[in-house]
Write a protein that binds this ligand. Sequence first.
Ligand code: PEP
Length: 254
Amino acid sequence: MRKPIIAGNWKMNTSTSEATELVKAMKKKLVSITGVDKVLCPPFVSLSLVKDLIKGTSIKLGAQNMHYERSGAYTGEISPVMLSGLCSFVILGHSERRALFEESDQIVNKKVQAALDLQLTPIVCVGESLEQNEAGETIDVVTRQIKAAFNGVESLQGTVVAYEPIWAIGTGKAARGDQANAIHKVIRSVIAQLYDDSVAQDMRIQYGGSVTAANIAEFIGQPEIDGALVGGASLKAPEFISIVEQTSKIKKTG
Ligand code: PEP
């Protein structure tokens, strides 16, 4: 049984005081929900304060990105060494990083390796654009991204994959549960080819793209979907709590 995982990607939102308020608004309820890994991914500048606010609870902390080098002349960058000890997860290869900051598959691969070297758990994002989707290229794109991200990676150490069709991110147009489930199945089979069946069966694969409290059940009810990477809805405490609550109930009974 894979433990479901819901991660909130706050993106470039929340001042430090807003981050504090948001954590305070969800902490008590989130802590009371069992059977789900709950991960908050605030901006870098709020990692430390969120870490203190969730100390001693079951809530986990993640970063939204990092550089692959451990230190050096990379003005403005954050290294895996800086994150280790501060948080346990790191989102890598988010489509916004790939599209807006020109992160290639090769860069994502270096980041995955660098994170694992320091016992940070990557949440590796993959997903096709609308054009690629309409051209019937989804499986090829996602397969290429997965193979590239894990190229030369010996052991996945709990790595999570997030399947996020780009056309569904922040658009309000989520994929259908069965569509996403089918792609998750493909991802699992690629992982089985790269590693083995038991590694593939153990890997948690999240869906991401316009997940809300109103549609989470459709995704979580699917056998290949082990959670969600939530953007916009993770900034609203009651909605994020509801997403986590529904996930816990459905996976426990399902
Ligand atoms: C995301 O940022 O990974 C995401 C899926 O965003 P949203 O939920 O807002 O579509």
